[in-house]
Design a protein around this ligand. Sequence first.
Ligand SMILES: Cc1ncc(COP(=O)(O)O)c(C=O)c1O
Length: 402
Amino acid sequence: MFLKPLNNNVPIHYFCGHSLGLQPEITRLKINAELEKWALYGVEGHFESPDPWFSYHHTVKKGLAELCGAKESEVNANGSLTSNIHNLFASFYNPTKEKYKILTEDIGFSSDNFAMQTQVQFHGYQIEDAIVFLEHNENYCFDTDYIIEQIEKHKNELSIIWLSVVNFLSGQVLNLELISNCAAKYNIKVGVDLAHAIGNIPLKLHTWGVDFAVWCSYKYLNAGPGATGGYFVHEKNFPQSKIEEQLATHNSQLTTILGGWWGHKEETRFQTGISFDPVNNADAWLHSNANVLSLSALRASLEIFLSEDIHLLSAKSKKQTIYAFDKFRQSNKIKILTPEKQAGNMISIQVLNQDKSLVTKLKEQNILVDWREPGIMRFSFCPLYNEENEWKHFIDLLNEML
Ligand SMILES: Cc1ncc(COP(=O)(O)O)c(C=O)c1O
């Protein structure tokens, strides 16, 4: 179902789905179908072709909603992860004199960090003052109790919380439900990065009451390098939302949205000289018309996810990661960073007295994993294309090599 890279004509054991997911076999067909439409219809492909491009972005909602645990009206795909952070912060980071701070991890992904730094600067604050950093423990993780403690401690100053649901370095899965519930008590917005979470673990963003989320689609979503990203906005934050939740928690303030034509109501989208009138759902945050070639690749992957059950996939991966935890616990050459009870598909270990050449040695054995300093090896079991036997072979081999 997926195309595995070859090493000397032999398919590689690929454990880097947390970085770039593999290509589904049907992706080429889906992209080719759109190229064909472009050739046959030209500009008329927007309205006259089967599956017209004008409404193409609607076709990814079902799959994305299922993976996020959201309503279809709460998700869409457009832009990139980082540009979507800025897009949604424009709506949800509304600092006031008292509440202007952002709570985030001290080891956030670089792009997230840069986004947080420049957001506070954009609003006229100093980074050292306006960003409250959660301090990681010796395993590059954050205890849930500690996170809650910090929210309580800074509750009167925090405007927004920005966290990665699955940490890119340690693979730790945060307890988003608890965090979100705690933040809601103090009217603090919660935004999350799902880069390493979507397609990896089951999510319930709607039920957990998360305000918004963003992701990229090239990791567990297998939509190809630089694929169009996606985002979630909870319905309580829709432009004209009148639901009780909004009245209770947001004083029914209307949310500011940076407008673009694809976020505007379809009936008048092409008119000039009129005011921005956003669609009353998450589409309001769309700026531009869909990158159809990229979304066709995303559709290919989402079709596969829709034919599976994310809970079953997750259970399959859990079984495999337990095998790895059991093996590594016996080794005094490895420090396991990922907390076993808070793990998804990816495991991170710190390898003592080894350097990056270990990755090369594994590659000589036809195994692909990745490496981050200081001495951290990351690998993931992606149940859509990784087999139990190849995973066990890799874990056993790594243990032996060390
Ligand atoms: C956690 C995290 N945040 C942000 C990014 C940046 O994503 P993009 O280049 O799609 O904006 C990545 C990319 O790998 C990531 O893993």
